[in-house]
Ligand binder design. Structure first.
Ligand code: ZN
Length: 135
């Protein structure tokens, strides 16, 4: 890669404007990244777990571009407080986000880390359990 290309990560995030900068800033700081490719949907945790296959394939195809073209080595899936696209309880969001991590792992993309996070009512980003690490 050329020296100016920088390090990319990939976020499967909600379309909600309140969670864009918190997710970008947290991911850049935590994983020492330069750019975050955003794949957005209304309530992506719910879509990955219970959405139509066409919706899931659309997310997967965009994540694959980020991984293959930008060399992203980390994929993050986001659930958040007050999600209009997926209006379920926090407990269901956490459960869906964990399941979504396994679904992303099943795609067998060449990434080292798959992390799930919850963005809380203060718009703070909190990891949900340990990331999945591919050795
Ligand atoms: Zn949302």
């Amino acid at each position: 890669m050329s020296s100016h290309s920088g390090k990319f990560g990939t976020a499967i995030n909600c379309m909600d404007g309140r969670v864009q900068l918190p997710v970008i800033n947290w991911m850049k700081a935590t994983y020492h990244l330069d750019y975050i490719d955003m794949v957005t949907e209304p309530g992506p945790d719910g879509i990955l777990v219970a959405g139509a296959s066409t919706q899931i394939e659309s997310i997967k195809s965009r994540v694959t571009i980020s991984v293959n073209a930008h060399g992203s080595n980390i994929i993050m899936i986001v659930g958040h407080h007050d999600c209009a696209g997926n209006p379920v309880s926090k407990e269901v969001h956490l459960s869906q986000t964990r399941k979504a991590m396994d679904i992303i792992k099943s795609w067998n993309l060449f990434v080292n880390i798959i992390v799930g996070v919850w963005v809380d009512d203060n718009w703070a980003v909190k990891p949900i359990g340990d990331p999945i690490r591919n050795e």
